[in-house]
Design a protein around this ligand. Structure first.
Ligand SMILES: C[S@@+](CC[C@H](N)C(=O)[O-])C[C@H]1O[C@@H](n2cnc3c(N)ncnc32)[C@H](O)[C@@H]1O
Length: 234
């Protein structure tokens, strides 16, 4: 990915909260249904991606006291590793659209007695926060958003200058013989996750962030980790 920004940052012509159309709403509602359905059976995905998520969190170089935003937190699989880095004095604010996932995330928080981890049921593309975050994390969530570019723009606006966004996500195989399986991979992603076929996560990250790099790939390139940094002074 290029290290230079292609545009002048997120568009301000139409605010995210004004962006509503039937396709967007239909995608959001499908996501709610799909992820509510999976909310009680998330163990396999949790285990398979655990080392990848943890490596992405390491790359955020979090510090004690940091405020972190998590986008599409699911049942809270990242809470423990993030909290380990930010300590009891930091704060993790996690957003998810599925009530079932939010209930599981709350159970996890209550069971651990974490007072500095908060969850909100909201659309990550429009939810507003009072203060900018020191870092953000989106693992396996950006590619299921109804409008990927707008979600990335919204995250950009929600973090402070110099802050990093860590992304773990999936995509059809970008190269190599596995590409013959891409039609099947796309269908599986859509069925399993309500993956957005029109969304371009790497392209959106590159367009919106000043500095963005795919730092790791996994499973024949069908999964990747990207780290993006917001320019100081923005
Ligand atoms: C594959 S799960 C990822 C969960 C977790 N981050 C992980 O790494 O396992 C995708 C999550 O994104 C959430 N999601 C989908 N659309 C969303 C939206 N518009 N706003 C917030 N969360 C959303 C789903 O409810 C689901 O919990």
């Amino acid at each position: 990915m290029a290290t230079e920004r292609r545009d002048q940052g997120p568009s301000t012509e139409t605010s995210s909260s004004e962006y509503r159309d039937e396709e967007y709403e239909a995608h959001l509602e499908r996501s709610r249904a799909v992820w509510d359905r999976w909310s009680d059976r998330y163990g396999m995905s949790e285990r398979d991606f655990e080392p990848i998520r943890e490596a992405a969190i390491d790359r955020l170089a979090l510090e004690p006291g940091d405020r972190v935003l998590e986008v599409g937190c699911g049942p809270g699989v990242n809470f423990e590793p993030v909290r380990r880095e930010i300590g009891a004095e930091g704060e993790l604010v996690a957003v998810d659209y599925s009530p079932g996932m939010i209930a599981n995330a709350r159970d996890r928080i209550d069971a651990r007695g974490w007072e500095n981890v908060r969850v909100r049921r909201a659309d990550a593309t429009t939810v507003e926060f009072e203060e900018p975050f020191d870092a953000a994390l989106a693992s396996l969530s950006l590619s299921v958003m109804p409008d990927v570019r707008r979600t990335v723009e919204h995250i950009y606006r929600s973090i402070g200058p110099g802050a990093r966004l860590g992304v773990v996500d999936v995509r059809p195989a970008p190269s190599g013989p596995v590409r013959v399986l891409n039609p099947l991979i796309r269908r599986f992603f859509r069925w399993y996750a309500n993956w957005n076929p029109d969304g371009d996560v790497p392209g959106s990250l590159e367009a919106v962030f000043d500095d963005c790099e795919i730092v790791d790939t996994h499973f024949a390139g069908t999964a990747y980790t990207a780290i993006c940094t917001k320019r100081d002074g923005d």
